[in-house]
Design a protein around this ligand. Structure first.
Ligand code: NOJ
Length: 762
């Protein structure tokens, strides 16, 4: 029997090393085990559990390339490391786990964290794209597939889902979230947590999730990553918090704090966020990991003058694990010994970390995620590819389809395929492909070759990036091609003689993501010019966009007959796009983020406030721009289909809603087009007057309905009082009596309208 189990048997005298589903009694057992273990830990060992290092293992040992590897390795052997991140693969992780389990005094296993953001080896679409599917079950499944592969490669904890609401397309990390809406974002947050964690965390194919970044990171000023956040309490509670509450309700076992400050206090040292809200009010009993180096970054923030103070304030505020600041391991012992930090805080943090390790079953078998045969079997399994292909097709949003250029005819057509991204097997993988392999996406060119009865001619037209071999490294800037138009003529020649031109344009995979903010969000480099030049010779253009954020595409919207938003769809990109272009999948996606007409409109979002001057009272003095309309190019919730839908007959079964009752609102949906298709029927509600001003409307429900041509269906939504709650002027979550307007339709401009009254007395 292994050393770790012997120790636990001695100290626990409970049910051996067995953990099961986390029901009440299991959780009591785990708590007792945690307490027993804590009792025999030295202060050093406790602090060690709070210490997380970036991976340093290189095949046979600490990597000589990494300067501090030796020191990390020594600490690992002394039991001074609780977790490692960015280690990949059964072989290397087994090596470090072995040291933790078999060479340290207590043999406490490591928890292995990784950014499994949208897949591990087999990549699904970037999270923003997945959100565009509005398909909650498919999103859950996508996270489940990611967990399957990650767990088979030794990871048992993902730093996902990222559930930061953002209204700023300049911010590179919008690609990693679910967009701008707290309702949709909450459903997706819970789905991703369920997908990663399953219903039994101790299974070898489930992994712990992280709700991140707590909190308000998506509101960094001017969309510049890591920038200051200045946010109202109203927005914090009613917009930023809901997905976190939802992730917590779904059982998220860890939270990550954020790089930004809140009310002048960095999130890492923010007791209000981590202790008062998360651990007290919301009763979270998992642990909080800092973001990378966020404890030491408090010095640069100007919040503390040295690492010792940073350590003290971070631990006091409830940051339980130090990701790569190396400050806890350096300073915490001294702080406890000098009584500056209460040992109770350490015990609390360590208990939380150990609890999650027990729940993962790591004490039953620390090698449960380390089966080399399973690793081989699971990675890139055909079922995983099938699942990410489904997810990818559902993530595509049809933005425009004039003259029914789409779907493409399957034979006797000459199709010119233009744009470097059409033959790019790397960009579609997005920014967070660190666990996967570069250049492994199926390209659009490859995908379209599966329809051989057309003549397909590809021309690059122009490069998007000029980086070495076209591949941008994780830490490298994208060198955008601003001048080279040498391929234009050849592209135009091919386009001139084609029946249809498919142009795949957009961002390099590394133009969005962490540290990848932009001030211009149009087509990068010479691509806009390429589009306009090709248009001069053939107007039958289908523009396929690949991008990690909403883009400015005003010219295209005015001139190009068909536009398809294809984001970055991961490994199966080319197949998904081809199947949609050819109509083998009828697009059903809806935008999870508003597309502005101009960067100057940002932040732009559908659930804005009316203001005191909403409408044109005269020429000048109302809330508007002098040089642009207020409305977006494409609103939140927008997306077309190859078929058409008609909404009619909105009806409400009761105009009065009493507190413990619910009412029903329904609408008739008819497929008036020629194709079978899916429509996301959306319900928005406006609270007319309240103790604080409320948004002009808020998404409160949606249903995905599939109809055959000519078919209709009545779609109904139940509205109960709890749906109307918000964080009010009384500083509580409550609904307030009064009149509410209901809007149902195809996007956030939905115009079929009803209303009802919520009454308190009944
Ligand atoms: C910094 C990012 O903000 C965070 O989301 C990520 O999980 C960590 N780095 C670890 O890679």
């Amino acid at each position: 029997m292994k050393k770790y189990c012997i120790i636990l048997l001695i100290i626990l005298t409970l049910n051996g090393c067995q953990t099961n589903n986390i029901n009440k009694s299991t959780s009591d057992v785990i708590n007792q085990k945690v307490d027993s273990l804590l009792n025999i830990m030295t202060l050093d060992e406790k602090i060690g559990q709070m210490n997380q290092y970036n991976g340093f293992w290189d095949v046979t040992g600490p990597s000589p390339k990494n300067g501090d590897a030796k020191y990390k390795y020594e600490n690992l052997k002394k039991g001074l490391v609780g977790s490692m991140l960015n280690m990949r693969g059964v072989r290397d992780i087994t090596a470090v786990q072995k040291i933790a389990v078999e060479e340290t005094r207590l043999g406490i296993p490591l928890i292995i964290g990784n950014d499994v953001i949208h897949g591990y080896k087999t990549l699904s679409p970037i999270p923003l794209a997945e959100a565009a599917s509005w398909d909650i079950d498919e999103i859950e499944n996508s996270a489940r597939i990611a967990a399957l592969e990650a767990s088979a490669a030794g990871t048992n904890w993902t730093f996902a889902p990222m559930i930061d609401i953002s209204r700023d397309a300049r911010w590179g990390r919008v690609m990693e979230g679910a967009g701008e809406d707290p309702y949709l974002g909450s459903l997706i947050a819970a789905a991703r947590v369920r997908g990663f964690q399953g219903d039994d965390l101790s299974k070898h194919y489930t992994i712990a999730a992280t709700a991140k970044h707590f909190a308000a990171y998506g509101f960094s000023e001017s969309g510049r990553d890591y920038n200051t956040v200045d946010i109202s309490r109203n927005t914090l509670y009613n917009v930023v918090f809901p997905p976190f509450i939802s992730a917590l309700d779904a059982g998220a076992r860890t939270f990550m704090n954020s790089f930004n400050e809140l009310d002048g206090i960095p999130a890492t040292a923010n007791s209000f966020l981590q202790r008062d809200i998360l651990k007290e009010e919301w009763n979270f009993d998992g642990f909080v990991v800092s973001d990378w180096g966020s404890i030491s970054e408090m010095i640069a923030h100007g919040y503390v003058k040295n690492g010792v103070d940073a350590t003290e304030l971070a631990v006091e505020a409830g940051s339980d694990m130090d990701m790569e600041s190396h400050l806890y391991i350096k300073n915490l012992k001294g702080l406890v010994e000098s009584k500056k930090v209460d040992i109770k805080l350490i015990d609390d943090a360590v208990s939380r970390i150990l609890r999650v390790k027990f729940e993962l079953g790591l004490f039953d078998d620390p090698y449960r995620y380390l089966d080399a045969d399973r690793e081989k079997e699971v990675m890139h399994h055909p079922n995983n590819h099938k699942a990410v292909l489904e997810m990818a097709k559902k993530s595509i949003v049809l933005l425009k389809n004039e003259n029914q250029l789409l779907p493409l005819k399957k034979e006797n057509q000459t199709i010119a395929l233009i744009g470097a991204l059409a033959n790019d097997d790397n960009s579609p993988l997005g920014n967070w492909r660190t666990n996967s392999d570069n250049n492994t996406a199926i390209t659009v060119l490859e995908g379209m070759k599966a329809y051989p009865k057309n003549k397909l001619i590809y021309r690059k037209g122009a490069d998007v990036n000029l980086n070495d071999g076209g591949v941008v490294k994780f830490h490298e800037k994208v060198k955008i091609n601003e001048n080279d138009k040498s391929g234009f003529n050849s592209a135009k020649n091919v386009a001139r003689n084609a029946d249809i031109v498919v142009m795949v344009l957009g961002e390099d995979g590394f133009q969005s993501g962490e540290g990848r903010s932009r001030t211009k969000i149009d087509l990068p480099g010479v691509q806009q010019e390429l589009l306009e030049e090709v248009y001069k010779v053939n107007k039958n253009i289908v523009l396929v966009l690949m991008n990690g954020r909403p883009l400015n595409i005003n010219w295209a919207d005015k001139n190009i007959p068909s536009i398809v938003e294809a984001w970055q769809l991961g490994t199966q990109t080319g197949n998904a796009i081809a199947q949609v272009l050819y109509g083998d999948y009828n697009p059903s996606g809806k935008l999870p983020m508003t597309f502005p007409r101009s960067v100057g409109q940002i932040p732009i979002y559908y659930n804005y406030k009316n203001t005191g001057r909403p409408g044109p009272k005269n020429e000048v003095f109302w809330t508007h721009y002098n040089d642009e309309v207020n409305t977006p190019l494409y609103p939140f919730g927008y997306g077309l289909s190859y078929t058409t839908f008609e909404y009619s007959n909105i009806a409400i079964d009761n105009k009065i809603l009493k507190k413990n009752n619910s009412i029903n609102v329904s609408v008739e949906l008819k497929n008036t087009g020629k194709f079978k298709g899916k429509e996301v029927v959306q319900l928005y509600i406006k609270d007319r007057y309240a103790s604080i001003t409320r948004p002009v409307r808020e998404l409160k429900g949606f249903e995905m309905i599939e109809l055959n041509p000519g078919e209709s269906k009545t779609v109904s939504f139940e509205i109960s009082e709890s749906l109307l709650r918000f964080y009010s002027a009384n500083e509580v979550w409550e609904s307030e009596p009064g009149i509410f307007d209901i809007f149902i339709g195809t996007d956030s401009n939905a115009s079929l309208q009803e209303n009802f009254k919520l009454i308190r007395k009944f």
